[in-house]
Design a protein around this ligand. Structure first.
Ligand SMILES: Nc1ncnc2c1ncn2[C@@H]1O[C@H](COP(=O)(O)OP(=O)(O)O)[C@@H](O)[C@H]1O
Ligand SMILES: [Mg+2]
Length: 136
């Protein structure tokens, strides 16, 4: 279970989250809904270790991850997919896809996962060598 417990998060002096708590149990899908600027991305960035809570804690299966480095958090199965077109623009399409398979667990099934993705987005397969930030 992922447990976000009563967190306060700041950008410098600006408080973005106040006493936010969320629980995600095994197999559950939880949506966070709110207007622009409400703090949704801030919650996710704090879960993935890009920001730190000034108050409260985040735990995964009972283990505190509030201050673990992002690399450790990813190893434990938490992935953060940035919104919009936040890819690595100077890397190729293939290299961008490979970024999602950097851990043993995902590397093992990299080939199958890529084929599955090409099924959804066949254009990617045609453009594997293209720099991801270029339009054509
Ligand atoms: N890098 C930042 N520096 C300062 N304030 C930020 C930054 N990112 C977001 N904020 C502020 O934090 C609040 C929450 O933003 P955010 O989590 O991005 O909202 P949402 O994802 O729900 O649209 C907003 O008031 C926003 O202006
Ligand atoms: Mg957002």
């Amino acid at each position: 279970m992922l447990k976000v417990n009563d967190i306060d998060v700041y950008y410098g002096d600006l408080q973005a989250l106040r006493e936010v708590s969320i629980e995600v149990r095994q197999g559950e899908i939880v949506s966070v809904i709110g207007s622009n600027g409400a703090g949704k991305s801030t919650v996710l960035k704090t879960v993935s270790g890009m920001l730190r809570p000034r108050k409260g804690a985040i735990s995964l299966n009972g283990k505190d991850i509030s201050h673990a480095p992002s690399s450790r958090i990813v190893e434990q199965g938490i992935s953060h997919v940035p919104e919009g077109r936040q890819i690595f623009p100077t890397m190729t399409v293939l290299e961008n896809l490979e970024m999602g398979a950097q851990f043993p667990r995902t590397k093992q099934v990299q080939h199958e996962t890529m084929e599955q993705v090409f099924g959804y987005f066949p254009r990617l397969k045609e453009r594997l060598d293209q720099k991801a930030g270029t339009p054509t």
